[in-house]
Write a protein that binds this ligand. Structure first.
Ligand code: V47
Length: 350
């Protein structure tokens, strides 16, 4: 494959990639995937914990936070969060993924103490916690700087940061879908500060709503530039927008071809990020497996319980059984590899 010169790569160049047929860009993406990972498909055994769904922000795409379309506000006690983690650990989870709505009533210490108490009980579990949007909220809530919040997180025991809250970086679209939430500039700054501490994180992109292809390319290029500086991103995760129970009023679902093209283009543009995750709750398991042919090498994990995407219509409420996941990956012609949260290989299922 001819190497792309990313110093000169423009949004128009990215749009030209979209105009090519799926098989052409899929082939280029697959070459990059195979160079990195061969036929391996990574997954992990994890559990999502969402401590509260009460949110001071109003993101129009969100069906998880408690509002008119999806009432039933809840806030878990710290003890309940620890119990969930212990239960998951008993079932083999090696990671808890802690993401909350931005609930100001519980106070800053609540969030840090969830992590502290989980780590006290389960020192060897990997805690992937708090999106850059939450860190921005914690900073507003406590009056602390981003640096101070990140240091508190490390002291509490956070091991890595998830990629949520990135949505779409284009400021105009962002203003329309999640006004008041962390700015794109600050999302990137928070990840940069985290990477400077030698820590890893992921990066997401929410697509298939009111954004266009140019916004997606712009999003990827901003991530590429930060990765050139820090090298701290482990995975890029394009999240397919789920249409139900929210205020965006986008009813049309993206076509499979458009989703796969976006995966393939992300593999090409983000060839400096080692992993592309086709997150099965937003792709469906079937399409997440097909995406493995188009640049993706990860499908996330068993999850056990999922609330954010399933509230908006995804069929992921109860997670997936590990045996089923392994069977499906093999059946699709790939080698299932159980990984830890930092992509160290734990078990290869030949
Ligand atoms: O930032 C909200 C998204 C994200 C909808 O880092 C929606 O490993 C689709 O970031 N349709 C949170 N998506 C989840 C997240 C994540 C998930 C899995 C793995 C990792 C990781 C991170 O969920 C939010 C937002 O972009 N989201 N509403 C919706 N209607």
């Amino acid at each position: 494959m001819q190497r792309v010169d990313f110093d000169k790569f423009t949004i128009e160049d990215g749009l030209k990639l979209y105009e090519k047929d799926l098989f052409t860009i899929g082939k280029i993406a697959n070459e990059i995937r195979e160079k990195y990972h061969g036929r391996k498909t990574f997954f992990n055994i994890n559990r999502h914990i969402n401590p509260s769904n009460i949110c001071k922000d109003v993101c129009k795409f969100c069906a998880f936070s408690a509002h008119r379309k999806n009432p039933n506000p809840y806030t878990l006690s710290i003890e309940e969060c620890v119990e969930i983690a212990k239960e998951a650990h008993k079932k083999g989870a090696k990671e808890v993924h802690v993401v909350s709505a931005h609930n100001p009533e519980v106070g800053y210490d609540y969030y840090m103490n969830i992590v502290k108490e989980i780590k006290k009980e389960l020192p060897d579990i990997h805690v992937k916690a708090f999106t850059a949007a939450e860190i921005n909220f914690f900073s507003e809530l406590s009056g602390k700087s981003y640096d101070e919040v990140l240091d508190d997180m490390i002291e509490a025991g956070v091991d890595s940061m998830p990629g949520g809250g990135a949505e779409i970086f284009d400021e105009e679209v962002r203003n329309r879908i999640c006004k008041g939430k962390v700015s794109s500039e600050n999302w990137l700054k928070i990840h940069e500060l985290w990477h400077k501490r030698g820590k890893k994180s992921n990066a997401t992109m929410l697509f298939g709503h009111i954004e266009n292809r140019a916004h997606r390319i712009d999003h990827m290029l901003r991530l590429r530039r930060l990765q050139e500086k820090t090298g701290g991103f482990n995975a890029f995760i394009p999240l397919v927008y789920q249409t139900k129970n929210n205020y965006l009023n986008v009813r049309e679902f993206l076509t499979g071809v458009e989703i796969l093209k976006t995966v393939a283009i992300s593999r090409i543009i983000l060839d400096n990020i080692p992993h592309i995750k086709a997150y099965w709750p937003t792709f469906t398991l079937n399409l997440a497996l097909v995406a493995q042919e188009y640049g993706a090498d990860d499908i996330d994990g068993t999850i056990q319980k999922e609330s954010i995407q399933s509230s908006a219509g995804a069929a992921s409420k109860n997670g997936l059984d590990m045996e089923e996941l392994i069977f499906q990956i093999k059946d699709a012609g790939f080698i299932p590899v159980e990984r830890d949260s930092l992509y160290n290989e734990l078990k290869v299922y030949k």
